[in-house]
Ligand binder design. Structure first.
Ligand code: DAH
Length: 354
């Protein structure tokens, strides 16, 4: 019987050598040492053996079983390792950058200057405890106009030339949906989803059906801000505006505050900065006036608070709508807003790369 067992083991060794597939190896294992395998078959005749013979056969059979188990495990591990190596070799990724890519050649990635500024502003506001909100590009009249104290007959609707969608479900030719003309829509969404006191900013793209020129685009970006609580005053507003401009420009920039009209704030202001492209001498960006409107702002109108579900007797607040693209232009000395959306690599690669 011992010879028989050795013969079986030799057979196993011979067969396993040629196998390269994991399933075949497992099948072979059960063919030899499974419950109904060859070894078990041989051991069936153990009952006819003498006690002496049994003493020798038992350990031998165990040894062979253990050997087979070990050989199968080793073989499976080797196959797995080989598969991994083959995969690695065929899908090799070279993660070492060459020097010319590092230096910002056209192959290198980079941040759009607006992304750089936006992140910087977000960090500053986050550090002052503001949340960052988002809102949809496609809006309804309520969020874009009505809730912001701009009823349908209000002349202010003409201030913002709007891209309208036709509502496919409307009976008449009613125009109900639109591409948001300003990020102030997010004021409404923000107010309705939280309880005062709160403060948040909301950067986003806005759309206006306008002629384009050096300082106007149909698609551009704003950064809305809002702070609501008890006893918020114009001095809070001015403090936050000044802080943000100082942080961004890392130098003193000349600013001026003048009254501005926006239906959603009362009083409303325009915060202008001295044009950094022409140092105030007049250019196409500042339309020869030497100042650029950058930060319209004001104290939130009680009607807006009411539309946002806020008790306007108890709470008040300020809001602002930073012209993000204009800020980028001032910061980097870009003399035409249309460069920002051009996708021109000669423009895009001038800024920080990674
Ligand atoms: N939404 C205005 C616009 O796009 C800008 C604006 C003005 C936003 C005053 C404000 C604000 O939050 O208080 O023209």
């Amino acid at each position: 019987m011992i010879e028989k067992l050795e013969e079986i083991f030799a057979q196993f060794e011979q067969k396993v050598g040629g196998l390269t597939n994991q399933a075949d190896i497992l099948n072979l294992k059960s063919e030899f040492i499974g419950k109904k395998g060859l070894i078990s078959e041989v051991l069936k005749s153990l009952k006819d053996a003498t006690p002496e013979q049994r003493k020798a056969i038992g350990p031998k059979a165990n040894d062979i079983k253990n050997n087979i188990t070990d050989m199968v495990a080793a073989k499976l591990t080797a196959i797995e390792a080989q598969e991994i190596n083959e995969k690695l070799a065929s899908s090799r990724i070279d993660i070492s950058l060459t020097d010319d890519v590092k230096e910002g050649s056209s192959l290198g990635g980079g941040f759009h200057p607006r992304t750089l500024i936006q992140r910087e502003i977000e960090d500053i506001f986050l550090s002052m405890g503001f949340d960052i909100l988002d809102g949809p590009h496609i809006e309804d009249e309520f969020h874009n106009f009505e809730a912001l104290n701009i009823p349908s007959d209000h002349p202010a609707r003409d201030m913002q030339d709007t891209f309208w969608f036709h509502d496919p479900n409307a009976q008449s030719d009613e125009k109900k949906f639109l591409l948001r003309t300003h990020t102030s829509t997010i004021q409404v969404r923000g107010m309705r989803s939280r309880k005062p006191p709160f403060k948040f900013i909301a950067p986003g793209t806005v759309f206006r059906c306008e002629r384009t020129d050096a300082s106007h685009e149909m698609v551009f970006n704003q950064l809305e801000g809002m702070m609501v609580g008890e006893d918020i005053s114009v001095s809070h507003l001015i403090y936050f505006m000044k802080t943000i401009l100082k942080e961004i420009f890392k130098k003193d920039v000349e600013v001026r505050l003048r009254p501005g009209f926006f239906p959603f704030v009362e009083p409303g202001f325009e915060l202008d900065i001295k044009c950094l492209i022409c140092s105030g001498n007049g250019c196409s960006v500042c339309k020869q006036v030497g100042w650029v409107e950058l930060l319209p702002c004001g104290m939130v109108h009680p009607n807006v608070l009411k539309a946002g579900g806020i008790d306007s007797e108890k709470y008040n607040g300020f809001a602002f709508g930073l012209g993000l693209d204009r800020l980028v232009m001032m910061k980097y000395g870009i003399d035409d807003i249309r460069h920002l959306q051009s996708g021109d690599l000669r423009f895009n690669t001038q800024f920080k790369t990674f």
